[in-house]
Design a protein around this ligand. Structure first.
Ligand SMILES: [Zn+2]
Length: 306
């Protein structure tokens, strides 16, 4: 799980007749833009010291004249030593992604929009740091959680306060296999059994699916397996958060409107000593520096009429 595959797939609807065209780069190390892998620790601007665990004096970190905070108030951002993100625009009434109730599911890694927004997705669920719940409660930054049953089942409850903030729970298999290496019936149980566990635990059925490592996303077998289990789209990503900065598929290493960002629930063991909240704070800083705000992915997706 230390590396995720890189997909060059832009928004694209899977079409049954076009399989041969859908070459999908799953190999680790394919950074998609030809720019090579960005060194994870090479561009940090994070102070070496630990983050504060309590409230900092109000105003110490807020930038004077900064745009209105996205969620919580300026003091909340100051507490986490972050410059507030700009507020996201109101969700579009006409959703750029419209999902169908039946048939092949679309595969996408960004959303077509002119809004200067990106979407944060957080995968797996290994690290269950209470400080991250506190951080999101303070900052109200929207996320989508793609959870793997066998990684979260020892503490389903951890994710409930995150869900209560309005964040959606999505499907990321039972035990995180490389989907293209397992037979169709096993693919189906990986997706269907996660779907039923998450639905039971969180009271709502996941609408979206993400294959581990992005692997197999454009194969007809996986598309069929997803269709049989309930999710109505396969979601990939354009950027992958490391420890202090993102790896970009785009050669210019810049966020674009509608990009979907992949991050993980990770702790100091996976982050070379950094905490989940330090990683997430650095992600927000990288987004803020580029003038983007964070919107909720599901607000840009129209679920099938039921
Ligand atoms: Zn994963």
């Amino acid at each position: 799980m230390s590396r995720d595959g890189r997909s060059r797939t832009r928004t694209r609807t899977y079409a049954a007749g076009a399989l041969a065209l859908l070459a999908f780069a799953t190999a680790c190390g394919d950074n998609g833009g030809g720019g090579g892998a960005a060194p994870a620790a090479g561009t940090t601007t994070t102070p070496a010291g630990p983050r504060p665990t309590g409230a900092a004096p109000a105003g110490t970190a807020a930038t004077p004249g900064a745009t209105a905070p996205a969620g919580g108030d300026a003091a909340a951002w100051a507490k986490w030593k972050l410059t507030p993100l700009a507020s996201a625009p109101a969700p579009p009434a006409d959703k750029p992604v419209k999902l169908e109730r039946t048939g092949p599911v679309p595969v996408f890694s960004d959303v077509k929009t002119s809004d200067k927004v990106v979407f944060i997705t957080i995968d797996d669920g290994a690290e269950k740091d209470p400080k991250f719940v506190e951080m999101l409660t303070d900052l109200k930054v929207p996320i989508s959680m793609f959870l793997t049953r066998d990684i979260v089942k020892n503490d389903y409850g951890y994710f409930k306060p995150l869900q209560a903030l309005g964040n959606h729970i999505q499907n990321h298999t039972v035990d995180h296999p490389v989907m293209s290496k397992i037979p169709p019936e096993k693919q189906k149980s990986e997706i269907c059994d996660d779907q039923s566990a998450l639905t039971q635990q969180y009271g709502t059925a996941p609408l979206l699916f993400r294959p581990p490592f992005g692997d197999g996303a454009n194969t007809p077998t996986l598309n069929t397996s997803v269709q049989e289990c309930g999710p109505r789209a396969i979601v990939l990503w354009r950027e992958s958060m490391q420890i202090h900065d993102m790896q970009y598929q785009a050669a210019d290493k810049k966020l674009k409107p509608g990009d979907i960002i992949l991050a993980h629930f990770r702790g100091p063991k996976e982050l070379k000593g950094a905490t989940m909240t330090q990683m997430f704070g650095d992600l927000l800083a990288r987004i803020q520096e580029q003038g983007f705000s964070v919107a909720r992915l599901e607000d840009y997706i129209q679920a099938p009429a039921s």
